[in-house]
Design a protein around this ligand. Sequence first.
Ligand SMILES: CC(C)(COP(=O)(O)OP(=O)(O)OC[C@H]1O[C@@H](n2cnc3c(N)ncnc32)[C@H](O)[C@@H]1OP(=O)(O)O)[C@@H](O)C(=O)NCCC(=O)NCCS
Length: 150
Amino acid sequence: MRTPDDGYLGAEDGRLMVVVEDETAGFVSYRSGSFDGKTKYWEIGIALLPEYRGRGIGWRAQAMLTDYLFEHTPVVRIQAATHPENVAEQKSLEKAGFRLEGVIRACEFRAGNYRDGYLYSRLRDDPGPIVGNGSVTGPVDGEPGGPSAY
Ligand SMILES: CC(C)(COP(=O)(O)OP(=O)(O)OC[C@H]1O[C@@H](n2cnc3c(N)ncnc32)[C@H](O)[C@@H]1OP(=O)(O)O)[C@@H](O)C(=O)NCCC(=O)NCCS
């Protein structure tokens, strides 16, 4: 269970577990960033355990995290970066409504080499896939379908 108290749902970053039929399949993460020092965006990430990859879980988890962040925070931009060879993540992001913005050249030094990154984003008004019931957290209390309606 992740709560604001244990720091997993923080104001500047957070992590949520991806759960499939009560089993942990991996996690998604988000952290804040800003290009101008005042306008905030989120950068999201994901890692699934090998046995849960390639089953349509990754794009859905990223789409649900994106919906959650747009639903609960006022940002208009959510971004994600991946490596040129990570086709699974590129396709997964595109299925989650993200668009390729460009190549971030030599953005990472790893294993003795500088590596490029592909930067993707989804803006609040960009079309996204329908996952779940349209609200990640479900109906709001007091609204039709909300807890007090029963
Ligand atoms: C990257 C990752 C999140 C993708 O999630 P996933 O559940 O495996 O992918 P999905 O099943 O949602 O598939 C999404 C699309 O990618 C395609 N895809 C999945 N695995 C693929 C692979 N290995 N190669 C090529 N395409 C692949 C799927 O076919 C699907 O496209 P389609 O609908 O056109 O067929 C997951 O594989 C993972 O956690 N990998 C290891 C960690 C990682 O790379 N994280 C991202 C770091 S930037």
